[in-house]
Design a protein around this ligand. Structure first.
Ligand SMILES: Nc1ncnc2c1ncn2[C@@H]1O[C@H](COP(=O)(O)OP(=O)(O)O)[C@@H](O)[C@H]1O
Ligand SMILES: [Mg+2]
Length: 267
């Protein structure tokens, strides 16, 4: 399949089909999304869709604009142009907190978790049960949050012995797993992961990949940035390739291979 320039994406015949049935509405639809840093156009009029239950790998050389694109979707950056729709409704995402309220969960290096809190508290961060009563009946609700946290972690076969241990003391893989458990527990609309396996040892990488599959099995679409081609082809249904801020290709994983992807990345 030939790479698809953004300019030609409006020609229906040449739009590559994702793994979704014809006509399924995208969960995320970005149109002409643009983000500048001073004179630099980090994300240049990018059209990017994500459909229910698919895993999309976002690929490109260093500086291609991958992180900026997803951070714009995650409310870290405000776009300078274009639009973002969630389930067909245009949204303005002003902050990472608001992104979470809209059902966008993220795993970035720093942003995802509160380091000084435990795994259970992180799962319920900002959404403590059952609201106001929490302040007056901490014992009761803490018990329930802990048991709910325990059950979602065990459902995902995530092993964290001490749910109260500050997550900064957990391994990288356990931290990722905590963020993924949070996305599963709250039925995230969209999960975004920037280089989730980059800092992990091999067993933990495998665990994160299996958790991506678990998210997918629950219908949560995942956007994952990764430099690891093997990981990419293991989990991704679709590959979206950027170069110097622009979208250059949007391919089904089954229709391409690592060599072609690298060629597209470097241009
Ligand atoms: N906060 C920022 N301020 C200024 N320039 C930035 C900032 N973040 C990213 N950039 C620049 O935007 C471009 C895209 O960066 P980035 O989105 O991090 O690329 P990628 O994640 O694909 O490696 C790069 O040239 C980078 O230097
Ligand atoms: Mg990046």
């Amino acid at each position: 399949m030939s790479p698809l320039a953004t300019e030609t994406r409006t020609a229906p015949a040449s739009i590559p089909q994702g793994p979704h049935p014809e006509g399924l509405a995208p969960v995320l639809r970005c149109r002409k999304l643009t983000k500048r840093f001073g004179g630099l156009v980090a994300v240049d009029q990018v059209d990017f869709d994500v459909y229910p239950g698919e895993t999309v790998a976002l690929l490109g050389d260093n500086g291609a604009g991958k992180s900026t694109l997803i951070q714009t979707v995650a409310g870290v950056h405000r776009p300078d142009g274009g639009s973002i729709e969630l389930d067909g409704k245009e949204v303005e995402i002003r902050s990472p907190l608001q992104a979470r309220d809209l059902g966008i969960e993220t795993v970035f290096q720093d942003l995802a978790l509160c380091d000084n809190l435990g795994a259970a508290e992180n799962i319920f961060l900002g959404r403590e049960l059952p609201g106001k009563a929490y302040r007056f009946l901490p014992g009761l609700n803490e018990a329930r949050m802990r048991s709910e946290a325990k059950s979602v972690l065990s459902e995902l076969h995530i092993n964290i012995r001490n749910l109260d241990a500050p997550v900064r003391t957990l391994s990288g893989g356990q931290r990722q797993a905590t963020a993924i458990a949070r996305a599963v527990y709250w039925k995230a609309r969209l999960m975004i992961m920037d280089e989730p396996t980059a800092a992990l040892g091999v067993p933990e990488q495998k665990k994160v990949l299996s958790l991506i599959e678990a998210l997918k099995a629950r219908g949560v679409p995942v956007i994952v940035i990764s430099h690891n081609m093997q990981d990419v082809f293991e989990v991704a249904d679709r590959l979206f390739i950027m170069r110097r801020g622009r979208a250059v290709a949007d391919l089904r994983a089954a229709d391409t291979n690592a060599n072609e992807v690298v060629r597209l990345m470097v241009g």
